[in-house]
Design a protein around this ligand. Structure first.
Ligand SMILES: NC(=O)c1ccc[n+]([C@@H]2O[C@H](COP(=O)([O-])OP(=O)(O)OC[C@H]3O[C@@H](n4cnc5c(N)ncnc54)[C@H](OP(=O)(O)O)[C@@H]3O)[C@@H](O)[C@H]2O)c1
Length: 266
């Protein structure tokens, strides 16, 4: 079945990395965009560049912290009222990092979980509310290849948060299918793509640059599959292999092996 043209696209986390990269690719494809993130100066710079390159298209900029659920709904609703429709919403905002659990840094891990899952939950809720009112729409969530297994060490919380995103979007997809709804839901499972999110990480097998990764993401999104590993090669295959890899070979495992003796304090 041919996929409809999604002319107006809202992207969260558009101030850097994949959000910015996808915005550039969608703009080159003639789309109108709503660019959201907290760093307004970066969004304004991106929008100015895009307006100069594509003067006939519309580029809105909205400050948004996805951890503020009320603000998420207000921004999505405002985008709809300003543009008359929102055809696609890309739930992209997210953060990496977090310390290994058990090191007294749970606040950082909770922030990763909050932004990556509760922030995504608020965005999915607002997107579904808007799409149900419109009667159409394409919701895209950014999970990760790291969601196919519980990744050890400093990746544990991130991997768990991305698994939660994948299950949430699968649930919404099942709901829309059961209702025979025209609303489409896509879960993206990217492999390593060089961005600020993983700049600190030494071991990033098969990593691609942000332009290559963003083009691959947009190609996958436009086909509107249920789930897509991106780039398809090698990640569709590697994701299967990851399920069988010994724990000691998983990303994050080496860094988590410690020689420190257990603390005697209780
Ligand atoms: N790069 C990879 O290899 C990879 C692989 C799999 C999945 N992903 C996923 O892809 C998405 C984009 O990541 P990236 O690699 O492009 O990282 P990035 O360059 O660090 O970009 C993250 C974006 O999220 C925004 N953001 C973070 N916290 C936010 C908040 N509370 N409210 C609103 N926006 C927030 C940031 O904008 P502000 O700071 O301006 O708000 C920024 O624009 C993430 O969900 C990530 O988990 C990335």
């Amino acid at each position: 079945m041919a996929t409809p043209l999604r002319q107006t696209i809202l992207i969260t986390g558009a101030s850097s990395g994949l959000g910015e990269g996808m915005a550039k690719v969608f703009a080159a494809r003639g789309r109108d965009l709503v660019l959201c993130a907290r760093r307004l100066d970066r969004l304004e710079n991106l929008a100015s560049t895009l307006r100069r390159a594509y003067p006939r298209q519309r580029f809105l900029v909205r400050a948004l912290d996805v951890n503020d659920a009320q603000a998420v709904w207000q921004v999505f609703l405002d985008a709809h009222q300003t543009l008359g429709r929102v055809d696609r919403i890309v739930v992209n905002a997210g953060r990496g990092g977090a310390s290994r659990l058990g090191e007294g840094q749970v606040g950082d891990a909770m922030d990763v979980a909050r932004t990556n899952f509760l922030g995504a939950l608020a965005q999915c809720d607002a997107a579904m509310r808007l799409f149900r009112q419109q009667g159409f729409g394409h919701l895209v969530t950014l999970s990760s290849v790291s969601a196919v297994r519980g990744m050890p060490g400093a990746m544990a919380t991130y991997s768990a948060s991305k698994a939660a995103v994948a299950v949430l979007s699968e649930a919404l997809r099942n709901e829309m299918k059961a209702a025979n709804s025209p609303i489409r839901i896509t879960t993206l499972m990217p492999g390593f793509i060089h961005t600020d999110l993983n700049a600190h990480q030494a071991h990033k097998p098969f990593a691609v640059d942000v332009e290559t990764g963003s083009r691959a993401l947009v190609r996958a999104i436009e086909q509107e599959p249920g789930v897509a590993y991106v780039p398809g090669w090698p990640w569709a295959l590697l994701a299967r292999l990851l399920k069988w890899l010994p724990a000691s070979q998983l990303p994050g495992a080496q860094a988590s092996i410690t020689t420190a003796a257990p603390s005697s304090t209780n």
